[in-house]
Design a protein. Structure first.
Length: 190
């Protein structure tokens, strides 16, 4: 087998042209393992910081309250990432007093100085800075238009549900996250 037996072919995956190396041998087609992740639609892995920037970046002018960001990040990891074929680093959510909670998300937000601003007060709002908007835009450019549109659509819907609505959805679909909740009965109306 020589390098002349390897051919490159172009595949369009999630709206992106990907070049993969294939080789035909004894009636079988073999794909270079380095190209395999693209065939799965998985591609690169987004860090927690990048996931936060993606969520905030699809609608950068609308800040998110801390509680809403926590629950939207939960649904992003548990549902939407799979639907969009995005590989996300885990937020490591646990059942907590007010539903799913991620110390990883909270610690990551604390390390994002210059990219976000967290307002003071009871209802902390997270807003992208100009630098944060640039970083988010770079990340969004790595996604297909259809992926961006789906992410934007979901974020808009989640925003409209508000804290109680999104928490009711999470508690209904993921009842394991109610075990330590102090507000389960209030949210579910029981």
């Amino acid at each position: 087998m020589t390098s002349n037996d390897i051919r490159k072919i172009k595949k369009n995956i999630n709206g992106e042209d990907i070049y993969i190396e294939v080789r035909d041998e004894n009636g079988f087609t073999t794909v270079n393992p380095k190209c395999y992740s693209h065939l799965n639609g998985v591609g690169r892995k987004f860090s927690v910081k990048e996931s936060i920037l993606l969520l905030l970046g699809v609608d950068p002018e609308i800040p998110l309250k801390m509680t809403l960001l926590m629950k939207e990040s939960f649904l992003f990891e548990k549902e939407l990432a799979n639907e969009l074929n995005l590989n996300l680093e885990s937020f490591k959510f646990i059942p907590y007093r007010f539903g799913p909670y991620s110390r990883v998300l909270e610690d990551t937000l604390s390390s994002m100085d210059g990219l976000i601003v967290i307002s003071k007060g009871n209802k902390k709002e997270i807003t992208l800075t100009d630098e944060g908007k640039k970083e988010a835009e770079k990340l969004l450019e790595s996604l297909s238009e259809s992926t961006i549109e789906k992410l934007k659509f979901k974020r808009l819907g989640w925003d409209q549900w508000g804290n109680k609505g999104i928490l009711k959805r999470v508690y209904t679909d993921y009842p394991i996250f109610t075990v330590n909740s102090e507000i389960k009965d209030e949210v579910l109306g029981e």
